[in-house]
Design a protein around this ligand. Structure first.
Ligand code: MG
Ligand code: MG
Length: 257
């Protein structure tokens, strides 16, 4: 699973290099599929319950599950890219939200907070804790401390030979509640955080989830293996940060991390 998640991470890093204003989501998706296959993997999302692309690409008020389209990126867009691959029969799953250079500071703050909340959740993902400890850590950070809203309808999940396995990993909940965390469990932890209200709706394409109020939403995801004192993060966003440093069109949000 580390290998499949490393391929996911390197695919996201490749995307971070080629993501530019004026390009379409469809083009990026095609490039990502080629990259995954050239590295011996199979796109994990393509064909999953009929999903038509290799990447989920969710722009601005899209929360998750967006379909790459012919729309060109503009310099005020934020783009959540969720990538899954199958390698050696196991799934890798991770996501990152990118911002072009004219994105407003308030939206960058939302992205940073969402990313930070992922690590708050991961810090609680240790043997002996429960799913609710992860959920609480994320919710408390995003809602109570920062005043954003956590999406309720979509959650993280176990991951392995299937893309979505038990248990569910909500980004909201109560300390000490839910399934016990045991060594070797692998969880995809993925806060989806709205700048405005928590309500979402589904687009008529049957996939894209949008915020109801049209305000932006951010999404970051890691797959982590449960261990004793600290979770083993199988995916690696540092590759993505390195690529962003080489792409002047994308804002480097790794500062202060
Ligand atoms: Mg994902
Ligand atoms: Mg996931």
């Amino acid at each position: 699973m580390r290998h499949s998640n490393l391929l996911v991470s390197k695919t996201l890093a490749h995307i971070a290099e080629i993501l530019k204003v004026g390009k379409t989501g469809k083009l990026i998706d095609k490039e990502a599929e080629t990259f995954i296959r050239d590295n011996g993997g199979i796109p994990g999302f393509k064909g999953y319950r009929g999903f038509p692309a290799s990447l989920c690409m969710s722009v601005n008020d899209a929360v998750v599950h967006g379909i790459p389209s012919d729309r060109v990126f503009t310099e005020t867009d934020i783009v959540s890219i969720d990538c899954g691959v199958v390698l050696n029969e196991f799934y890798g799953d991770a996501a990152f939200t990118f911002a072009f250079q004219s994105v407003h500071q308030d939206v960058l703050k939302l992205m940073k907070t969402t990313r930070e909340s992922l690590y708050k959740g991961i810090a609680a993902a240790v043997i002996g804790n429960r799913i609710g400890d992860i959920s609480y850590a994320i919710q408390n950070y995003c809602e109570k401390i920062h005043g954003y809203s956590i999406v309720r309808e979509l959650v993280g999940h176990g991951v392995g030979k299937n893309l979505h396995e038990d248990p569910e990993v909500p980004n909201f909940g109560m300390k000490g509640k839910g399934p016990l965390l045991k060594e070797g469990m692998v969880l995809a932890i993925e806060p989806m955080v709205n700048m405005g209200g928590k309500a979402v709706k589904q687009l008529s394409d049957g996939w894209t989830i949008l915020t109801k109020d049209g305000k932006p939403s951010a999404h970051f995801e890691h797959s982590v293996a449960i261990k004793k004192d600290v979770a083993d993060i199988l995916s690696d966003h540092s590759f993505v940060d390195d690529s962003i440093k080489k792409n002047k069109e994308i804002v480097d949000i790794s500062i202060n991390f």
